[in-house]
Design a protein around this ligand. Structure first.
Ligand code: IPE
Ligand code: IPE
Ligand code: MG
Length: 228
């Protein structure tokens, strides 16, 4: 039985969940964030070493200012509230994305949590925050372009992405019923197994994760070759 080492999740459907249950999109964001603690715990139980969570995309700036402000407020609260627990549980936190336009107070927290947990090794939880795959690739190409002796290769591109030194995801999960990538890890997902789940993110639970991991274990990954 082959276990995945890296799961990436597009945590979608918070707004619809909140509207349906409380007539309030923000309630969906609130409960969606609570669910992150559970999914981290569940990934640890399943011995997964990397979990990457899409928390805010470069396109999410198109949302109403009020919703964006509430999201940033929630993220800040989440990191402040869970910081000690995360560190105590030997969890390493990493952020990928463009931190330039993030409010200064949130940036301080992000840098601190990343620095303090950098030697933890039970699981690496990667928050894709103000993340967009196209902007990640543009950044990489700009860096590569600076040195005219660079010989373009897969390795060189991978090493210039935010995800440098991380294995590519084995599994991509998207909750909320839509079947698209929404500018998430376009390079790194080249060979991931894709799972699109109807449930909205706040309802995604251990059983859903376990089912996906079990199904993954039974998949023959050929990587372009043939079955033995
Ligand atoms: C995902 O849920 C969370 C973020 C993008 C921050 P949505 O807010 O996209 O929820 P839906 O898709 O509108 O229901
Ligand atoms: C993707 O969800 C981004 C996150 C989950 C953070 P969106 O709801 O923003 O994606 P679209 O707009 O449906 O493609
Ligand atoms: Mg959505």
């Amino acid at each position: 039985m082959i276990s995945p080492s890296h799961i990436a999740i597009i945590m979608d459907g918070n707004g619809r969940w909140g509207l349906k249950k409380y007539n309030d999109r923000n309630k969906g964001h609130y409960y969606g964030l609570q669910n992150i603690n559970k999914v981290i715990k569940n990934c640890i139980k399943l011995h997964i070493k990397y979990l990457t969570l899409y928390t805010f995309s470069t396109e999410n700036w198109n949302r109403p200012k009020k919703e964006i402000e509430y999201l940033f407020f929630l993220f800040k609260l989440f990191y402040q509230k869970n910081f000690n627990k995360i560190n105590k549980n030997n969890i390493r936190i990493k952020f990928i994305g463009d931190l330039k336009n993030i409010p200064a107070d949130l940036k301080v927290i992000i840098k601190k949590i990343q620095e303090k947990t950098k030697n933890n090794n039970r699981i690496t939880v990667v928050f894709a925050f103000n993340y967009g795959a196209k902007s990640e690739l543009i950044n990489a190409f700009k860096k590569i372009h600076k040195n005219k002796n660079n010989k373009i290769s897969e390795e060189l591109i991978s090493n210039n992405l935010y995800t440098k030194n991380m294995p590519d995801p084995d599994i991509l999960v998207r909750t909320g019923g839509e079947k698209r990538l929404s500018n998430f890890l376009l390079w790194q997902l080249s060979y991931a197994e894709l799972f699109f789940i109807e449930k909205n993110w706040p309802d995604f639970n251990f059983l859903d994760l376990k089912k996906i991991v079990n199904k993954f274990s039974g998949i023959k990954r050929r990587f372009g070759g043939l079955d033995e």
